[in-house]
Design a protein around this ligand. Structure first.
Ligand SMILES: [Zn+2]
Length: 315
């Protein structure tokens, strides 16, 4: 008998991605639709179930070929209760997902926070293969973090583990989405990097930030060409991110830190190389030469692949 396949769903504030994934983590088919958060929980749940059925059909499969459906959400998820507790990007609070989806698709349904699903994917079939404890950081507008501890997704007793972006790095007046000031996210989140670059008029002019169309990658592009002001901005990102990662490594003791998201594609000399060096100089000594700082293997597909493989998580 052929191996059964699993469906992964990655719910984001802009798009919802769907994938057919083999048990060994190969993404076989992929599709995407726009998210319409204004329609409320019911509309998004209908979009999910309709498109799961559609991708099964488009892949030439039937429901009997499918083992499970796994869904990642951008927010706090209670995986055991099958509920999304809080997901501000899609305006959800206490939505019973598993029960609702199961009414339409009679398969095992698993849900998790998207960053934890991404870490699970990296752990099983990406940069974390062969290790027991890994941390995956996604650098974007916000900062995602998923932790695998002792071979399992770590949720924490309060189900809020891995709020890596909300650690206080430096007291300042930068307000964070969490309500505090000085969080790591206010220093290395994409808007913060752009804001920092904007402080220089010459740099702002070079990257056309005035019309709001420039992205963080433009700053990294200039830095790669040797622009001193851009290099100063990317250097600060390394300094703050390293401080956050040193704290993380000292507390959690992961074998691997996996970095994904937009700026993870920056040239090694602007991110990974100085990051490794700064961490090695500052982290608790017995961990310094052992911890590996690597780029994500699965990239932006990590949450989708990890969601599809959630059925393998024992906790
Ligand atoms: Zn915060």
């Amino acid at each position: 008998m052929l191996e059964k396949l699993n469906i992964g769903v990655d719910v984001g504030g802009t798009n919802i991605k769907f994938g057919v994934v083999s048990a060994s983590g190969t993404l076989l088919f992929k599709s995407s639709v726009c998210t319409h958060p204004a329609g409320g929980g019911k509309e998004i749940l209908t979009t999910i179930t309709d498109n799961v059925k559609q991708i099964i059909k488009n892949a030439g499969l039937s429901l009997s070929d499918v083992n499970s459906v796994g869904i990642g959400f951008p927010g706090t998820v209670d995986s055991k209760k099958g509920m999304v507790v809080y997901a501000p990007n899609i305006y959800w609070k206490n939505v019973a997902v598993t029960r609702s989806v199961k009414q339409n698709i009679r398969k095992d349904i698993f849900i998790a926070q998207d960053s934890r699903a991404a870490a699970w994917g990296e752990f099983l079939v990406g940069s974390g293969v062969g290790y027991s404890d890994i941390v995956c950081i996604t650098l974007g507008t916000g900062i995602g973090c998923g932790m695998i501890i002792n071979g399992n997704i770590y949720n924490g007793g309060l189900n809020t583990a891995g709020e890596f972006g909300h650690q206080l790095i430096r007291k300042n007046d930068n307000p964070c989405t969490c309500g505090r000031k000085g969080c790591l996210e206010t220093l290395v989140g994409a808007p913060a990097i752009i804001k920092s670059a904007l402080k220089s008029k010459t740099l702002a002019k070079k990257i056309g930030l005035k019309d709001g169309s420039a992205s963080v990658l433009d700053i990294y592009g200039l830095a790669a060409e040797g622009d001193k002001e851009a290099i100063a901005v990317t250097g600060k990102v390394v300094e703050y991110l390293a401080a956050g990662l040193v704290n993380m490594i000292n507390i959690v003791s992961p074998q691997v830190i996996c970095i994904s998201g937009g700026i993870s594609n920056a040239k090694d000399k602007l991110l990974l190389t100085p990051l490794r060096r700064t961490i090695q100089q500052n982290v608790y000594k017995p961990a310094a030469r052992k911890v590996k700082i690597v780029k994500s293997v699965l990239g932006s597909d990590a949450p989708l692949i990890g969601a599809a493989l959630l059925y393998k998580n024992k906790c």
